[in-house]
Design a protein around this ligand. Structure first.
Ligand SMILES: [Fe+2]
Ligand SMILES: [Fe+2]
Length: 169
């Protein structure tokens, strides 16, 4: 495998694991303010990010290479409100999307077709991630200071996270 592609994969594995860390940190915040539905949603999201990292991890071995894992930075732990937590999640997902797109350009330049096929899955996945997260941001904006509406959203998030509790790939 091309060295620049290999480095980009190692970077992306770190990024996906950082995402898992980020969502886990947000899950802890929601647990601490007793919004367990949102906590479950964040926890589920964290699991999905680990699965993303593993897709890249397995891909490297399928191509006969090995992975040198990098350090994972500390995620944010200060969230001022549920809206702030989901807004930070959305900003993060947008950054990930930009990275994936850049990575795809690299594989085009390097003519790495198998990596392009793998990244196409991630390009679609990012569309989903941004859609789901921005919808929650919008809903939380509408809720404002209304705690009954917030609890309703929290319960909906609980239903969503238990509906998708089966491991996804
Ligand atoms: Fe991801
Ligand atoms: Fe994500």
């Amino acid at each position: 495998m091309n060295e620049s592609v290999q480095t980009a994969i190692a970077d992306q594995i770190r990024e996906e694991l950082y995402s898992a860390y980020f969502y886990l940190s947000a899950a802890s915040y929601f647990e601490s303010i007793s919004l367990t539905g949102f906590a479950g949603w964040m926890r589920q999201q964290s699991q999905e990010e680990i699965a993303h990292a593993m897709k890249f991890f397995d891909f490297v071995h399928d191509r006969g290479s090995r992975v040198v894992l990098q350090a994972i930075p500390q995620p944010p732990y200060e969230f001022s409100s549920p809206l702030d937590a989901f807004s930070q999640a959305l900003a993060h997902e947008r950054k990930v999307t930009a990275r994936i797109n850049e990575f795809y350009s690299l594989t085009v330049r390097e003519q790495d077709y198998p990596a392009q096929v793998l990244l196409q899955w991630f390009i679609s996945e990012q569309v989903e991630e941004e859609k789901t997260t921005s919808q929650l941001v919008e809903e939380l904006r509408m809720v404002g200071e209304n705690s009954s509406a917030l609890l309703l959203l929290n319960n909906n998030a609980a239903a969503r996270s238990s509906a998708s509790a089966t491991p996804t790939t």
